[in-house]
Design a protein around this ligand. Sequence first.
Ligand code: SF4
Length: 218
Amino acid sequence: MLSADEQSAFEESIARVRGLATRALQRAPGATEAIAFTAQLHRSLDTVAAQAAAAGPVPDCKAGCAHCCHVRVEATEPEVFRIAQHLATQPADNLDDVTARLRQHITHAKNSAARQPCSFLVDDRCAIYSVRPAACRKAHSLSVQHCATQAPEIPQNLRLLLDAEALMAGTALAYRDVQLPASAHELNAAVLVALTDAAAQERWYQGNTTALDAASQN
Ligand code: SF4
């Protein structure tokens, strides 16, 4: 629970990010540039995470620890299209493997409530680390024990959470200010649509809020 002053500072941070991001997006001349803008959000999130870790408390997260890659992950439309663009540069065989893993993940999720690894988790490493969504960059834990035992609440660094939330919320609002949808979608299903429906990106750029819905492929 935030104090009134903390809540006010949080809202001011969101408004500041929204203003800066809206002006930057208004200068972005096309869909590719609007999608590339997510890199700026991601760099800012990485900076916030590094600063929070330096100030402490230090997260218990280590390379190869992937508990948080076994829960539902969400990403916004521009993040999803950026991941799809990144994947599209891979050899066809790799892309076929990714598509098969995504389909398998979605089928499993439909038929079982059991946790399953993200499709991009390979040998406990993220295969799309450079373009992973904001939700993954924000995710951290002050106790790996809590993660390993699937505790209902994971202890986290409040400063990091607030700064990351302000960046993510302000940026999402900025996309909407320029009539580009930016809402949360389940990562695996959304990337599959972006990879297999060549018209999805254009639908999004025309302001269609269902551009990443599987049904809108029909
Ligand atoms: S995108 Fe990468 S970091 Fe995020 S859940 Fe998937 S494997 Fe983990």
